[in-house]
Design a protein around this ligand. Structure first.
Ligand code: SF4
Length: 470
């Protein structure tokens, strides 16, 4: 599996000065799975911002020394990034900080705007100069421009939301307020909670609230703006209920942590239901069901419970390798470095292998080979998602049809290509089993995009070499 989520966002609002940098650090640690390229924290110390951002994991970027240098403050905003728009360089680290005519702000964003290229081009034609290639800067620019015409930063954000299209969960910090907003479709999750001492925390996923000892309060509604200030918490809903909720269904299948709950649905339970549905539509006679760590494990449990075939641990993951691990020696099989098969579990067995997706098929082929090398007699692969057939414009890197094996091969061909005895995907119509009652985005599986999609996103034009330009 090599699909990446774009980002995790985290915010802290305390009524009195506190060590908010540490709170943000623990929150970001819990959101590390959403982005492993870079991270950053900005602390608001009585209107003065102190920040630290860099490439690397949270534990690498924020040493004890770096954290100790942060002042106490009443607010902080933090970010973990996997860039789907903009290259992995320091200038694209978030939160973005902006000084403008009416003050300053720091902004962290998760998602992709589907009209980012059009918005950016319009700004550039009116003289705007950009320092980064990420569309977060486009949002910052539009909010800043609106701020010149409005009486408050939340009014500016509300105006900006009239022009932003696509996926965005935003946390924005001004000298006096912490403001968060979720796009009107609610593509990306965003929730908030409260600690015992009255500190508010906002996070992409509820697992990060639990990590800092906060009680979950609720998810933001799609289109909602929440303002945290000395006056309390104010909810603005002028953008709510204008669109039908379209939470990314792949959050449940792969991106989110299993201990998170989104829109009242446990990710762990959703994956178990996906596994159960798979067992019903693609039954097979086998001795054991195993999952690919980590996100295939819960679905494997579901498949086992529904089918009655015993569940086992057949693959062990090297815990010390992150999702973005790249071997310095490319001759080495990266799958063998990340995963190993338990011979005594699979030897001589007919194995059902559950994974969360197949992108190009190369990883699946290597995992199947691992199991056969360990003695598996048969390997029946079951995938807890439908085949990827369309690009995503809302914050993941499923962006090119030629890289999606299901666009060019039948299920039988893919099964043969990966060396499996049989292959079965979760049907698109069974996605509803994951989160009953929820309306969701499944565009990468069925092509039904909730918004207009860009003809050419122009995503990487700033990273193209002159010789690569057309
Ligand atoms: Fe999620 Fe796929 Fe929709 Fe993108 S297109 S938001 S990955 S369901």
């Amino acid at each position: 599996m090599s699909i990446h989520e774009e980002c995790g966002v985290f915010g802290v609002f305390s009524q009195s000065p506190a060590d908010v940098a540490h709170t943000a650090y623990y929150g970001l640690y819990a959101l590390q799975h959403r982005g492993q390229e870079s991270c950053g924290i900005v602390v608001n110390d009585d209107g003065v911002f102190a920040s630290h951002k860099d490439l690397g994991l949270v534990g690498e970027v924020f040493s004890a020394d770096v954290l100790a240098r942060f002042p106490k403050g009443t607010m902080a905003v933090g970010h973990t990034r996997y860039g789907t728009t903009g290259a992995a360089n320091r200038s694209n680290c978030q939160p973005i900080e902006v000084n403008h005519q009416k003050g300053r702000m720091a902004l962290a964003h998760n998602g992709n705007l589907s009209n980012a290229a059009v918005l950016r081009s319009g700004l550039e034609l009116s003289g705007a100069i950009f320092h980064t290639s990420s569309d977060t800067e486009t949002i910052a620019y539009i909010v800043t421009r609106e701020r010149l015409k409005t009486v408050s930063i939340e009014d500016a954000l509300s105006s900006a939301m009239n022009t932003l299209d696509g996926a965005y969960s935003i946390i924005l910090m001004s000298p006096q307020k912490l403001i968060c907003a979720r796009d009107p479709y609610g593509f990306r999750p965003l929730c908030y909670g409260k600690t015992e001492d009255g500190t508010y925390v906002i996070a992409s996923e509820s697992c990060a609230l639990a990590a800092v000892g906060a009680e979950f309060v609720r998810d933001l509604e799609p289109g909602e703006i929440l303002v945290f200030s000395r006056e309390g918490v104010l909810s603005r809903k002028e953008h709510c209920n204008k669109k039908k909720m379209r939470l990314c269904i792949f959050e449940y299948i792969y991106f989110a942590r299993p201990d998170s709950v989104m829109e009242g649905v446990s990710v762990h339970e959703a994956r178990i239901r996906a596994g159960r549905a798979l067992a019903r539509v693609h039954p097979v006679s086998a001795d054991i069901v195993i999952g690919t760590p980590d996100s295939g494990l819960d679905a494997a449990l579901g498949y086992s419970r529904e089918s009655g075939i015993p569940y086992g641990i057949g693959l062990i993951k090297n815990k010390y390798i992150g999702r973005t691990f790249i071997a310095p020696d490319h001759r080495m099989d990266q799958v063998r470095i990340k995963l190993s098969a338990l011979k005594n579990v699979v030897d001589g067995k007919k194995v059902v292998l559950i994974d969360d997706s197949i992108v190009r098929g190369t990883t699946s082929e290597r995992i199947v080979r691992l199991l056969r090398d360990a003695g598996a007699e048969e390997v029946h692969m079951r995938v807890s998602a439908p085949p990827f057939l369309f690009p995503c414009y809302y914050g993941t890197d499923i962006d090119s049809k030629e890289n999606l094996v299901a666009c060019t091969h039948t299920v039988e061909e893919i099964s043969e290509m990966i060396g499996a005895d049989s292959l079965g995907y979760l049907p698109v119509e069974d996605l509803k089993e994951l989160a009953p009652g929820l309306t969701y985005c499944s565009a990468c599986f069925d092509g039904k995009y909730p918004t207009a999609v860009p003809e050419d996103s122009g995503k990487d034009r700033f990273e193209r070499r002159l010789s690569e330009r057309v």
